[in-house]
Design a protein around this ligand. Sequence first.
Ligand SMILES: [Zn+2]
Length: 164
Amino acid sequence: MEAHNKSGADSKTPADGHPCPPSAGCSTEHWKSRSDEEWQEALSPEQYQIARQAGTERAFTGKYWDTKTPGLYRCACCMQPLFRSETKFDSGTGWPSFYVPISPTAVSEHQDRSSFSVRTEIRCGQCDAHLGHVFKDGPAPTGLRYCMNSAVLDLLPDSAGQHG
Ligand SMILES: [Zn+2]
């Protein structure tokens, strides 16, 4: 049996770069199929190191650790909404901290055994970017502390005039 191989029929190969801008709201599967090379091009070196290589920014150096501006924190990689400013609290750690994500599917949890104790890694539910970790020493009502990296967050202030 001969295969019906037509030259140039390999349509599964994605086009160069990501075909949709973040605002296009493309599907989760689309985001997760993005290659390391594509991410490296799209992100700053610091963002790439944190989001794709599970890095951590230095405490008290990120742009949002002490931010109190009302607004919506989105994933800096795919612009999916992650946290509301109302759930942000001053954890004293030097990283932006929240007690609950904006929805249960906004983030995903993964076991992280890279340090002495097992920690729970938090990733973006849409593009799988590493965001930080969750700890069980947060305030009421959840008792959780989502310890995030500023570099992989993007704050959309409420004053930007987006409603609905
Ligand atoms: Zn994302």
